[in-house]
Design a binder for this molecule. Structure first.
Ligand code: HEM
Length: 141
């Protein structure tokens, strides 16, 4: 029981750190999409690369702690809220991977999207975090 609460706390802290990156990386993309100065672009690209590396590094233990709570402790097994949460988690992982695709395009100078598009894109992780948290706390079904 005590171990479960430690892992759950770790899960919450790691998920919060992961989402800090999911919120901030697209903000760097907004700036990159507007930037015209070559030196400033290189600086933003370096920030984006480092942030993406950190986010990917932190996402692995964040997810592993959740998987441990689910598979080893058995919390949420066979319950609708958990299946819905896993669906949201899958979408967040796809979003994370797509951030990597977008970063690659910026690095090759191939970005075609406007800063407005990145501002919209930036809103998705908010919905993911809200949905996953409401499901796990309210357990509505
Ligand atoms: C987008 C990724 C995720 C977010 C935002 C997230 C969010 C949260 C939050 C806020 C809690 C604490 C709720 C509480 O106990 O009051 C929690 C607990 C939990 N999470 Fe995650 N999580 C994520 C990924 C995962 C994954 C991948 C799994 C399993 C495969 C998972 C399984 C669990 C379990 C079993 C609990 C304990 C629920 C309970 O004690 O009732 N989570 N999660």
């Amino acid at each position: 029981m005590a171990l479960m609460l430690w892992i759950k706390s770790l899960h919450i802290v790691l998920v919060a750190s992961w989402f800090a990156g999911l919120f901030y990386l697209p903000r760097i993309f907004v700036n990159l999409a507007m930037e015209t100065d070559a030196a400033a672009t290189q600086r933003l690209l370096q920030m984006a690369r480092k942030l993406f590396r950190f986010m990917t590094f932190i996402a692995v233990p964040a997810l592993a702690c959740g998987v441990w709570l689910f598979l080893v402790v058995g919390i949420g097994q066979g319950q609708g809220w958990m299946h819905a949460k896993l669906g949201i988690v899958a979408l967040v992982i796809i979003y994370h991977a797509y951030c990597g695709v977008l970063l690659g395009r910026f690095q090759r100078g191939e970005n075609k999207r406007s800063h407005k598009w990145y501002r919209m894109y930036n809103e998705f992780p908010v919905l993911g975090l809200l949905g996953a948290t409401l499901l796990v706390v309210l357990k509505p079904f």
